[in-house]
Design a protein around this ligand. Structure first.
Ligand SMILES: [Zn+2]
Length: 331
């Protein structure tokens, strides 16, 4: 008798049914998930359209608010203008009314109680230039003085003493022609004068005494460091400045260089260095030299004077009230 393969057939059927069940369950599960996602998508779509509507509403509101802010800005600008006008009127009132008339008095009970004071110079828009000549006097000094006279120009001379005895007569000449006579150094020897405060003062006393004697008592209070106040050791020069200030002497550097310190500089260079730079500086202090051999400077001077006069400059000499140009200061 042939044996029926009952058990394997049954097993196959059970496995088949099991697989069908699993797939059926998966299908059912996916279908319900699909349904729920579709519902969710519809919900999101709805929400999206409502958000879009809200966004449109908000944009319109924002635009409205921006218009309002713009309007307020104009209003604020207008108010600021009005406040400024009111301020001006108030200041004008303050300036025109003295204390007594504003307090309803007829006459000032202290008519002579006023300080004898110069009024501040009126701002005329006048431009000033300060020409300065170092290392003189020399044979060129009287020629420089004549040229300055021609242009009614005033300048400042920072003089040197060593080997200058033969030009001593030009010292009082500088003063009587209305210029400022100032001190530079006796020896002009950097190695000597910048050694110490004492070394500087020893040299300075020599030039001070020489000028004082030759001018019958002219006492210069302005000086210029040889090479400028940024020469020498910072420590020594700082202490020299402190000591010189204590003695009432003020140093003046420069803010425009003619470049005539070098003998290679031509008259054209000097004219150009000065005329093209003064216009960028308020109250320019120009470094020039009237020492021996400075013919390029002498030859450049008439053109410099003419060009700067044409440009509306007035030539002034430095004095103790002039704001000094200083590369180094006591503080
Ligand atoms: Zn010098």
């Amino acid at each position: 008798m042939k044996k029926k393969p009952f058990i394997p057939v049954l097993a196959c059927a059970v496995i088949f049914l099991g697989i069908c069940g699993v797939f059926g369950f998966q299908y059912w599960n996916l279908d319900s998930r699909y349904q729920s996602l579709t519902a969710e998508a519809a919900q999101l779509k709805e929400r999206n359209s409502s958000l879009n509507e809200q966004l449109e509403d908000n944009s319109a509101e924002l635009e409205e608010k921006e218009d309002y802010i713009e309007g307020q800005k104009d209003y604020i600008t207008e108010l600021a203008g009005q406040i400024q006008e009111l301020g001006k009127e108030e200041t004008e009132e303050e300036q025109t009314e003295d204390w007594y008339s504003s307090h309803k008095y007829k006459d000032d009970p202290y008519p002579s109680l006023y300080a004898d004071k110069d009024t501040a110079p009126v701002q005329t828009g006048q431009k000033y230039v300060y020409l300065t000549f170092d290392d003189g006097p020399s044979a060129l000094t009287p020629k420089v003085l004549d040229l300055l006279d021609e242009y009614e120009a005033h300048a400042t001379f920072f003089v040197v003493g060593k080997d200058k005895e033969e030009y001593a007569e030009y010292l009082p000449e500088i003063v009587t022609r209305g210029h400022t006579l100032a001190l530079h150094s006796y020896s002009h020897d950097y190695n000597q004068i910048y050694r110490s405060v004492d070394a500087f003062l020893e040299d300075y006393e020599k030039i001070y005494d020489w000028v004082y004697e030759e001018t019958d008592g002219y006492s210069p209070c302005l000086f210029r460091f040889p090479g400028g106040s940024n020469n020498g050791s910072s420590y020594v020069v700082h202490n020299i400045i402190k000591e010189m200030n204590r003695r009432g002497f003020t140093h003046y550097d420069w803010n425009v260089s003619s470049g005539d310190g070098s003998d290679l500089t031509t008259s054209e260079n000097i004219i150009d260095n000065i005329c093209s730079n003064v216009k960028y500086i308020e109250n320019p202090v120009v470094l020039m030299h009237d020492g021996p051999g400075k013919y390029a400077t002498l030859n450049a001077l008439p053109t410099v004077l003419q060009k700067l006069s044409d440009a509306g400059y007035e030539f002034r000499s430095l004095d103790q009230y002039s704001e000094p140009v200083q590369y180094r200061q006591a503080e």
